[in-house]
Write a protein that binds this ligand. Structure first.
Ligand code: PEP
Length: 254
């Protein structure tokens, strides 16, 4: 009922030339894939070449961040209408690296999500606890706070166009994946929050992706959990064969 989304977050990797080469290799490997929506999120400067390279393929392009004002004196920022005009269809909001290194707050996450929706983009809003929060038993409290600040203030009409990525910070870039059961428990908790705020129908339709050291050899077990509706993939999305193998989880590695 919920079509999975497999999204790659390239972070601050790849040049224009490398971006072009990536899509030349990826496109034929995933040409037949219809079971999931496929998204690649390159750095801003590579969006144009990514959109051009992915034209006439089943791969959509997203950005890794967005500012909430449409235009103005905000040196270095990129707005949602600019991303949309450049051919982006998706945008990651509130990634833990943005929260950690750039001080992104729940209020910023909310404002960025609204701006993205207003421009017709599909936001993937990231939430997740740090290691010490998990170890002290605060995981659900953290997720509840992130949901309350960044997502609950949306209207139901806005929320239905949002996907969530549960990304435990201790699993990002560490090679330490959450077990499928641990991930499913967090997803279930988030879904219960969505149900309380937006009702059962909206909760049942909301796609919650898992992110944190997803690789070709663990995607199948993760996706076997009905609570997991796809993956946000960092490191393993940089290599076309590895990303294609993740996309191809129902049939095994390509
Ligand atoms: C991410 O950047 O969102 C991520 C999950 O990274 P990695 O897959 O490398 O852990």
């Amino acid at each position: 009922m919920r079509k999975p989304v497999i999204a790659g977050n390239w972070k601050m990797y790849k040049t224009v030339r490398e971006t072009k080469a990536f899509f030349t290799k990826l496109a034929p490997l995933v040409a037949g894939a219809e079971h999931a929506e496929m998204v690649v999120c390159p750095p801003f400067v590579n969006v144009a070449i990514a959109v051009e390279s992915a034209k006439s393929t089943n791969i959509e392009i997203g950005a890794q961040d967005v500012f909430w004002v449409k235009e103005g004196a905000y040196t270095g920022e990129i707005s949602a209408p600019m991303l949309s005009a450049a051919g982006c269809r998706w945008v990651i909001v509130g990634h833990s690296e943005r929260r950690r290194y750039f001080g992104e707050t729940e209020e910023a996450v909310f404002k960025k999500t609204v701006a993205a929706l207003d421009a017709g983009l599909k936001p993937i809003v990231c939430v997740g606890e740090r290691l010490e929060q998990r170890e002290s038993g605060a995981t659900e409290a953290v997720l509840a706070e992130q949901f309350a600040g960044g997502l609950a203030p949306l209207t139901p009409e806005q929320f239905v166009r949002v996907s969530i990525a549960y990304e435990p910070v201790w699993a990002i870039g560490t090679g330490k994946t959450a077990t499928p059961g641990t991930a499913a428990q967090a997803h279930g908790f988030l879904r219960s929050r969505i149900r309380d705020r937006f009702g059962a129908q909206v909760a049942g339709a909301c796609r919650i992706l898992y992110g944190g050291s997803v690789k070709p050899d663990n995607i199948k077990a993760l996706m076997a959990q009905p609570e997991l509706d796809g993956a946000l993939v960092g490191g393993a999305s940089l290599d076309p064969a590895s990303f294609a193998a993740i996309v191809s989880y129902p049939v095994g590695a390509t």
